[in-house]
Design a protein around this ligand. Structure first.
Ligand SMILES: *[C@@H]1O[C@H](CO)[C@@H](O)[C@H](O)[C@H]1NC(C)=O
Ligand SMILES: *[C@@H]1O[C@H](CO)[C@@H](O)[C@H](O)[C@H]1NC(C)=O
Ligand SMILES: *[C@@H]1O[C@H](CO)[C@@H](O)[C@H](O)[C@H]1NC(C)=O
Length: 310
């Protein structure tokens, strides 16, 4: 038997143990059973990481991992509880320093969002509280900061929904990291071409594809509450909407997050909030989406988070 075969049998055994050891449900009242260092290493190195808050608490981070982007296992939850305030909408990246960073909403109202980091996704440290008040805007609400590493410029940005009134109208604004510490940010610069009619747009998630910036954002205008699609040739716009209303059959949903599947297709995840579902839908071109399905076992437990392919 070659060494390679032995190794792959060993990893299959490990996979079987792993599948039994880590709970497949998102039991929000229990903590993760301790994993052996070896199993822990395997869980952490799974291709997909999902950071979320849950229906049970807006102040506790839950971290899940997955091999295929469909079946998620709890890595640790609750894990991080920030020193103060909330941890809604946690958006995760794996930075060049080898650490994971999350950006998250700290309060329903206010002029900041926060960033925490972790070496292992279990122990998190507050790194920065970023003010969103400036001569550009003094927002009443600062919601859903979303990390976006721009493949064209290499810059790390955070897109955040800022509101000039109480709970709207919202528009997306871009902050850009001044350096690799991710503690100092320039901005905000508004994403132009997006109407703030009614309550505007929240939860903007960008993707760079085919030399264009695509955004998926929730329209709060006229009670639509659907995730709409706009494109631009620059991150800050001007954007033109190409698909609006319930174009993909997702219904009322928010907190979109898009990743790439092992087969190269895109997968959008979204929080169905009023339906209680956490949905996903696939596309090869960002225009034509499959009928949505719900994330096995986590749907109904998790709320607005981000799935990272590491
Ligand atoms: C979650 O885990 C706790 C503790 O093990 C258990 O008492 C409870 O029944 C579980 N809840 C669900 C919904 O599985
Ligand atoms: C949110 O902000 C309000 C107003 O500043 C403050 O009273 C409240 O304590 C904050 N909530 C949390 C959870 O920190
Ligand atoms: C949309 O995608 C489906 C498969 O997901 C495919 O059968 C169909 O032809 C596509 N339609 C268009 C207009 O690209």
């Amino acid at each position: 038997m070659s060494r390679k075969v032995i190794l792959s049998i060993a990893s299959l055994c490990l996979a079987a143990v792993f599948a039994r050891t880590v709970p497949l449900n998102g039991n929000i009242t229990s903590t993760t059973p301790a994993l052996s260092p070896e199993l822990f290493k395997r869980a952490v190195s799974a291709p997909y990481v999902f950071t979320a808050f849950t229906t049970a608490s807006e102040s506790n981070l839950f971290v899940y991992t997955s091999n295929d982007g469909t079946s998620f296992s709890l890595l640790k939850g609750p894990t991080y509880t920030p020193p103060s305030g909330l941890i809604r909408d946690p958006s995760v990246i794996l930075h060049t320093d080898g650490n994971y960073y999350i950006a998250y909403t700290t309060n329903w109202s206010g002029t900041n969002f926060a960033i925490a980091s972790s070496t292992d996704m279990i122990t998190w440290t507050l790194r920065a509280t970023v003010s969103t008040a400036s001569s550009v805007i003094t927002p009443i609400n600062t919601w859903a900061p979303e990390f976006f590493k721009d493949p064209r410029t290499g810059q790390i940005n955070i897109i955040v929904s800022l509101s000039t009134g109480s709970y709207g109208p919202f528009l997306p604004y871009v902050f850009t990291a001044r350096d690799s510490s991710l503690t100092s940010w320039s901005g905000p610069v508004v994403m132009s071409g997006i109407s703030n009619a009614g309550l505007g747009y929240i939860d903007t998630f960008p993707v760079f594809f085919n030399n264009q910036y695509h955004i998926f954002a929730k329209a709060e205008t006229n009670g639509k509450k659907t995730i709409e699609h706009a494109v631009a040739s620059s991150l800050t716009g001007p954007y033109s909407f190409v698909q609006t209303g319930n174009f993909a059959g997702w219904g009322q949903a928010e907190g979109p997050s898009i990743t790439v599947l092992p087969n190269g297709r895109f997968r959008l995840y979204a929080d169905g909030y009023s339906s209680g579902k956490y949905i996903y839908s696939d596309s090869s071109d960002l225009y034509n989406w499959s009928a949505y399905q719900t994330i096995p076992s986590l749907s109904g437990t998790v709320r607005h988070g981000t799935v990272l392919k590491q």
